[in-house]
Write a protein that binds this ligand. Structure first.
Ligand code: ATP
Ligand code: MG
Length: 370
């Protein structure tokens, strides 16, 4: 592999900065409408050079959070710290934050090259053109440099927006769904290059994404958000293996986790008339819980487990997915079955998961039982 050109000849960003959000809140107020609290006091402490993926359902406050950090939206309460500095009172241009937002328009009269070089020239960077060439090559968009924004496809625009955020080599980088319009192949390649650039230059980065694979492949840590609150902040493994509550368990993981109503048996759980499973955590006898079982962890067994009837079996070549009906339960269970052991609709099957993979949540609060 030939050495990829660097943007400014350096291999690391000496100015990588810690980014902290402290009790950050946003309430939108519009005349004639009830105030709406979109961000409800969130805390995040991101290490210098760390990449954090921000995940959550539509409307949970991801873009609002990024816009407040960038200075594009006022802060209702709380603090934003970049390094040792509280930046809440600084205008966007003074925060030294690179943003790649879909809504952040390009200047229509300028070519892509001029758009990319604009901020650099304004700051009197001498090597602006060389830097633009380097970043364009790495994001597979050299052929776009002479074009005007109006003539770009949405995927091309997105790469230009990403390049514009990166070309300044910002200490803090905020990207909102940066790859959503790219086709599958390009999406993977640009994703990899983004990670390489991020490692090379050490931008402290937040990436909003709806794509779990993208989050997993990019992130050092993930923050899972719901209705204006951060539900869990941890490494991908922590979030997958030890979800803090039923929302996180349900939101992260493909195929989705199965959540079944059950009751504690001391050293495990009982699930209706289907049977029982041992759990690593003690669950008081009779406590009402939700039992979380990831399809990847559930396998047919000859021993004790949950017994049901196969409703459908999807053969996905590398493995199969069995959807199983359990007696007396509305919720169906999904289990990943090794290829070579296909099941058929109507088969009776007993499924079990190792005790440390049996997730138990309080039925009322949804919190993980620890
Ligand atoms: N300018 C505004 N005025 C009033 N409410 C707003 C405004 N901008 C956003 N909201 C509301 O705040 C909430 C959070 O919006 P936000 O755009 O941050 O969500 P998001 O997590 O980025 O969602 P998506 O995944 O759909 O982009 C939503 O309920 C939205 O309707
Ligand atoms: Mg958004």
């Amino acid at each position: 592999m030939t050495a990829a050109p660097t943007i400014d000849g350096t291999t690391q960003n000496a100015t990588a900065q810690r980014l902290r959000l402290e009790s950050l809140r946003k309430t939108y107020t519009a005349r004639g409408r009830e105030p709406f609290e979109a961000v409800k006091g969130i805390d995040l402490d991101i290490e210098p050079g760390e990449l954090v993926a921000l995940l959550g359902p539509s409307g949970c406050g991801k873009t609002t959070t990024l816009r407040m950090i960038a200075g594009l939206e006022t802060v209702t309460a709380g603090r934003i710290m970049i390094g040792d500095r509280s930046v809440g009172d600084l205008p966007p241009g003074k925060r030294n934050v690179g943003v790649g937002f879909e809504s952040y328009a390009l200047y229509p009269p300028l070519t892509v090259r001029e758009n990319l070089a604009y901020g650099l020239k304004a700051r009197r960077a001498k090597d602006a053109n060389a830097r633009v060439d380097a970043i364009a090559e790495r994001l597979e968009m050299t052929e776009l440099l002479g074009m005007r924004p109006a003539n770009l496809s949405s995927g091309q625009k997105q790469r230009v927006a990403l390049a514009r955020a990166l070309v300044r080599n910002p200490p803090v980088l905020l990207l909102d769904e940066p790859l959503s319009h790219l086709d599958a192949g390009q999406r993977q390649r640009v994703r990899r290059e983004l990670k390489v650039l991020q490692r090379e230059f050490g931008y402290t980065t937040i990436v909003v994404t709806h794509d779990q694979l993208e989050a997993l492949s990019l992130a050092d840590r993930m923050a899972v958000m719901d209705a204006g609150v951060i539900k869990q902040f941890g490494t991908p493994d922590e979030i997958f293996d030890v979800p803090a509550d039923r929302f996180v368990a349900d939101f992260v993981g493909e195929p989705s986790i199965t959540l079944l109503p059950g009751t504690g048996t001391g050293d495990g759980v009982r699930v209706g008339g289907a049977g029982g499973l041992k759990s690593a955590v003690a669950v008081p006898d009779g406590r009402e819980v939700l039992v979380g079982l990831r399809p990847q962890d559930c396998h047919p067994t000859d021993g004790p487990g949950l017994e049901g009837t196969v409703l459908v079996f999807e053969d996905l070549l590398e493995f199969g997915l069995a959807t199983v009906e359990l007696p007396g339960l509305d919720t169906r269970m999904v289990a990943q079955v090794e290829s070579g052991h296909p099941l058929r609709a109507g088969d009776r099957v007993t499924l079990a998961a190792p005790p440390e993979r049996v997730h138990v949540f309080d039925a009322a609060t949804g919190e993980r039982v620890r």
